[in-house]
Ligand binder design. Sequence first.
Ligand code: ASP
Length: 589
Amino acid sequence: MYRTHTCGELRLADAGKTVTLAGWVQRTRDLGGLTFIDLRDRYGITQLGFNMERDKALCEQARQLGREFVVQATGTVKERESKNANIPTGEVELIVTGLKVLNAAQVPPFTIEEETDGGDELRMKYRYLDLRRANVRRNFELRHRMAIEVRNYLSAQHFLEVETPVLIKSTPEGARDFVVPSRMHQGEFYALPQSPQTFKQLLMVAGMDRYFQIVKCFRDEDLRADRQPEFTQIDCEMAFVEQEDILQTFEGLAKHLFKTILGKEFAGPFPRMTFEEAMRRYGCDKPDLRFGMRFESLTAPEDAPQEDLVKGHGFKVFDEAELVVGIKAEGCAHWSRKQTDALIDFVKKPQIGATGIVFVKWTGEGLKSTVDKFYAPEVVQQWAARFGMKQGDLLCIMAGKADKTRKQLNELRLHLGDQLGLRDPWTFSPLWVVDFPLLEQDEESGRWHAMHHPFTSPKPEDAHKLESDPGSVKANAYDLVINGTEIGGGSIRIHDRALQEAMFRVLGFSDADARAKFGFLMDAFEYGAPPHGGAAFGFDRWVALFGGRSDIRECIAFPKNNAGRDVMIDAPSPIDGEQLKELGLEVKG
Ligand code: ASP
């Protein structure tokens, strides 16, 4: 037997017992005649004590141990003289009588403690060492508990966990496919699923009624902090449901996770906002509602008719703008010129690309704007009224093309939210965004793309416009947003062959092409397909959010780096000539 207890287990009540522990040497301290070792395993740290007087040889052996040696120690549990209140085992130590090295270790490339001196690349190259750190490991304990609670909730709601294949044919979810060459059918390829979308729909045709899977999905796209080429989704589908049933069911899932994992209860239903309102009021389809700063427009935009308060005063920027829109930063009127200039620099960054900001301050001396030359005090007073401005507030106003300006103002809003400490990771603000457009048009090519995916159904009242006026069709699609992060989304699906064919036509597929790619699904719709819909949630992201992490890689055991590489195993990597030949492949260049 390697051990009688773990390194997180012993307490004062165990004093006097003879026990054996096994683990890693975290730290050795030599204090003259005494040597102490912190022995670590997944469960905690226990102090081992050695004494020159008591056993010189053993003490010397202990002093030889390097960091991360794997050892087994037998001894007697004793109350410590100087206790450590910071760890659960801190009242005791093990007076060691027998010590055995199970495996020696090289000096690790970085410190295996809460705070490490290892940079990103080094941590990933030696991820198995990085994972020994308690604060990293805790992300996986959280991930595990969340997976269990997802299963608990969904099972109680009669969802069946069914596995779907990984070697499939392309499912378009807006990214490129990873492909796998077939040896047996040379020149032919499998695609890895961007999601199990078509299979889960087929499971509904198969009468499974409610399906879920915690499943790997693969998307070949440019990476960002919250994206990985392979990631995990909580993928779900339900038959005989309308949008409302789905929102209720998955709001239930979210509430269950909030309660069981974080101990947080939400009294009422999650707020809902239409896509149109999200874009108009926050400039993005996943607004962070932990704080206000809703947009107000000073022009009279078509989508929210109101009196124009800026045109015709000789200020060219506003006169020529399609939209003049701003936000109110409460209590920021005292900001210095340097601070407001920094905001201008922020929005001028190439990634944002704005030209400037007009400021209005309401200080003890009254209202003052950076465009007082053009606007009489009564006009600026009207602006202030539109924003519900009070003394002490600062307005930041931007102008230009409507869509672009709203996006830029969204960036400024989030930036101000950060600066003002309004985005506390332990405050949670969930939101359903609903009524997405079914399609979006590519500006250059004029082609229509499915905003969610091609299997999403139009709202019944809009279905007749699908081919005549695609841009105006709304979808039965919804996203769950928490703190400005899109946690998941889904839709009610098309379950009728003719409508699915029409959808593919609008998306520019020829009938033959649609049949070749998705004939299996459309065929299934002819054998009794129930109305159905579902959703999928980004599991890695959700874990990161609940763990207070901004980078999902922290919650993935062996993630890829920003260039899509696994630097530990060195993948991707070339394959040898023999293997290429077998696959009937040749690498060019
Ligand atoms: N398959 C979709 C996705 O991966 C989710 C869904 O529509 O259920 O985003």
